[in-house]
Design a protein around this ligand. Structure first.
Ligand code: GAR
Length: 184
């Protein structure tokens, strides 16, 4: 699932193509039909499902359920997806999320800006299980990124995303191994 540029989604898809990640991406779902992630998926020949937010949030949640049910994924990966998933959804599916801070510090939609505003010297990225809260699920992996003098939100976020792309691929691999073992 992705809402924006889709560089994390692209890194995951490419890792499956190169064999670095032993997994098959069934589809990418976005709530933003005009987002960059759509053309990235098209270029990589990955099915993209657009599911724009409707006024009726309940109906949107329900449709998301049906879409996911039809794909029957082993794992749902929120990679830059800027929507909160319903408690029902996250208790039905195994969902992980990539977040641009060292959780539990700076949850929410402005994690990079919040770390800069707090005058931190180190921030980073965390991959966590998604529960019903906002970025509150158990952290699986994380990686530090130093904040440099003169960093803007954009510069810092780009440096975090370089680390994030590697971490999400490694973490998906780790989680799939875990789920496969649990299945045996
Ligand atoms: C990533 O930094 C991801 O952690 C963040 O959006 C970016 C997506 O980058 N997600 C959140 O902030 C969710 N709270 P991308 O569009 O280039 O893949």
């Amino acid at each position: 699932m992705a809402s924006g540029n889709g560089s994390l989604a692209k890194a995951v898809i490419e890792a499956t193509h190169s064999g670095e990640l032993s997994a098959h991406v069934l589809a990418v779902l976005t709530d933003q039909p005009d987002a960059e992630v759509v053309s990235k998926c098209a270029a990589l020949a990955i099915p993209i499902i657009t599911h724009p937010l409707e006024q009726d949030r309940e109906a949107w949640n329900e449709e998301l359920f049906f879409i996911t049910e039809s794909l029957n994924p082993m794992l749902v990966v929120s990679a830059g997806f800027m929507r909160i998933l319903s408690p029902d959804y996250v208790s039905t599916y195994k969902v992980i999320n990539s977040h641009p801070s060292l959780l539990p510090k700076f949850p929410g939609a402005h994690a990079v800006r919040d770390a800069l505003d707090a005058k931190e010297s180190i921030t980073g990225t965390s991959i966590h299980w998604v529960d019903a809260g906002m970025d509150t699920g158990e952290v699986i992996t994380s990686c530090e990124v130093p904040i440099l003098e003169g960093d803007s939100e954009e510069l810092l976020h780009e440096r975090i995303k370089i680390v994030e792309r590697g971490l999400i691929v490694a973490t998906i691999s780790q989680v799939l191994d875990l789920l496969e073992t649990a299945d045996e």
